[in-house]
Design a protein around this ligand. Sequence first.
Ligand code: DLL
Length: 439
Amino acid sequence: MGKERIWNPEMECMDPEERRKLQGKRLRETVEHEYANVAYYRERMDAKGVKPEDIETIDDIVKLPFMEKTDLRDTFPFGLFAVPNDEIVRIQGSSGTTGKPIVSGYTKEDVDIWTEMVSRALAGAGADKDDVIQVCYGYGLFTGGLGAHQGATNVGAMVIPMSSGNTQRQLMMMQELGTTILCCTPSYAAYLGESIREAGLVPGKDLKLRAGIFGAEPWTEEMRKHIEETLGIDARDIYGLTEIAGPGVAFECGQKNGSHINEDHVIAEIIDPVTGKQLPYGTPGELVFTTLTKKGMPMLRYRTHDICTLYNDKCACGRTTVRMGRITGRTDDMIVVRGVNVFPSQIETVLVRTPGASPNYLLVVDRVNNSDTLEVKVEMTGEVFTSTDSLGEMQRLQKYITDQIKSVVGIKVKTTIVPPKTLPRSEGKAKRVVDNRKL
Ligand code: DLL
């Protein structure tokens, strides 16, 4: 895309050695701030026998304790805030599936930094004042809506704060206001693509869409291709999490070879999820983040439970930041079926590659006679459904998908083909797994 640019070349293209020094300095400042102002951190650090003065360079990060989601729940709501409440100007949060919610507090400066990070992502995809950006991430405690909104305003675009849902209205606005950039979850983008086709709209003719910034849930390269084709756009990944900032912690450039991490604001590590030891670049493991500039609720070594690989080789875009590969799963999203580790992304890869199958699927795990079962429910496309020999076509599809999953994942699953539009649609994060064994 012609308008792609590097928003903050000084930081994004900094000499990596210089950046490491900056990170070391900021890490020390963050640890001092936390030790002085958050009793919870002070106790955790004292228990590990580490003091702020032990942090001299970025390599000393391994001396620090890890944080987990449970630490946020246990200290809910204000236990990890490092400034007085009157300096907090925003609360964001995530509900999670169980128990207490978690919240994060932002000072005005924290909001500005988060906005800067999203601006880098949007500018990297060519967004500027001539763009019309439709934000269909949910607005509210979820960071997607407001995060994308702030960044889009900052690059000067015309922002349409649609929030999630009401697909017909989304399409109408998209058409009438001439939306050029779409911000939503990839599963919702796929759904919008489907709805656009059904409405008889032709991307490129009836719509002005040219790019999409998609994240908040795992997606695959195959899903990217599918979305790019159905919407006629350039689809970019954006990663983030409430505990660290929100969207914009990392984002893809035009090379689409991993997401550039905003390393002047965070340190990313990959660890072995079992031993907690740091792993080298190029090795998959659990992603861990430490914030470097956040004042309201700084975070030390937060275990995301997201699985990915970090890359530090040179990127042709000119940015010098470390990149993270796609999230291939979560340590807590992985389903173990008859002893085999299964990630929804593996199944998605097979389905998106299969002509006649749609990327709408649901994995249902159960235990029958003490043995695990995995059923893959997948919607066929409208074309197959209305074809003259739809029964034969369905059986062929069923066998093909079962065989493909066996060869990719290594286990035999039960494939159930369901008619188009019968599985629940998500407007936000898609729910891909139902595990009945836990009930
Ligand atoms: O999902 C922030 C966000 C909003 C990111 C909009 C991108 C776009 P949480 O609700 O706290 O925050 O969920 C964070 O979502 O640990 C990942 O498991 C997952 N996730 C976020 N972005 C991606 C992505 C927002 N690009 C959790 N690819 C994270 C895969 C993602 N997973």
